[in-house]
Design a protein around this ligand. Structure first.
Ligand code: 5GP
Length: 185
């Protein structure tokens, strides 16, 4: 069967959103799954584009309604993926691509064993810290939580179907694109 779901995971700041954004532009079969979060909107972000930004109360109500395929507390906030976003993608005959944390990947793999998983590794932990600081215009309040989670996530990389080290974006992206094109057949 053709791949219907590609999950990309990486520690915060490893650059995975750039990989996913570019792949969506270049590969028409892919649909970006916009997930839901309770975290604050960052400079340059837009509601409905990077995420659906919702309140804690709304998130809780959605959990109770069974709205999410999967949800998790990541760092200090809640994140979740809706059934609706996946179902409309598949109804259109497309492949869902999503960027979620490692807890979410494990849930997805148990619900959809045919999901393909790609892990993006930073060149080093120090480089990861530098990238987060650059991206957020200063160290975010939860930097230490993010760094501790990064180390835990990196230890799980071998569980993924594919691993890519993001040392040089163009080269690493080319590798990423090749994997996806192969999965899409
Ligand atoms: P950030 O706050 O830096 O945008 O994202 C934090 C983490 O949450 C990232 O690792 C991202 O992949 C993950 N994430 C985003 N959406 C979801 C989701 O729906 N479920 C899970 N489990 N993780 C998510």
């Amino acid at each position: 069967m053709k791949t219907r779901m590609i999950i990309v995971a990486a520690p915060s700041g490893a650059g995975k959103s750039s990989f996913v954004a570019r792949a969506i532009e270049e590969i028409p079969q892919l649909v970006d799954i916009i997930t839901f979060t309770t975290r604050n909107i960052r400079k340059g972000e837009k509601n409905g584009l990077q995420y659906h930004f919702i309140s804690h109360d709304d998130f809780k109500a959605k959990i109770e309604k069974g709205f999410f395929v999967e949800w998790a507390k990541v760092h200090t906030n809640f994140y979740g993926t809706s059934y609706e976003s996946l179902e409309s993608t598949w109804a259109a005959g497309k492949c869902a691509i999503m960027d979620i944390d490692i807890q979410g990947v494990l849930t997805f793999k148990s619900k959809y064993p045919d999901a393909k998983t790609i892990f993006i590794l930073p060149p080093s932990i120090d480089e990861l810290r530098r990238r987060i600081e650059k991206r957020d215009g200063g160290m975010p309040a939860d930097i230490e939580v993010r760094m501790a989670n990064a180390e835990k996530e990196i230890a799980e990389a071998s569980k993924f179907d594919f691993q890519i080290v993001n040392d040089n974006f163009e080269q690493s992206y080319a590798e990423f694109k090749k994997i996806i094109e192969k999965l899409l057949g």
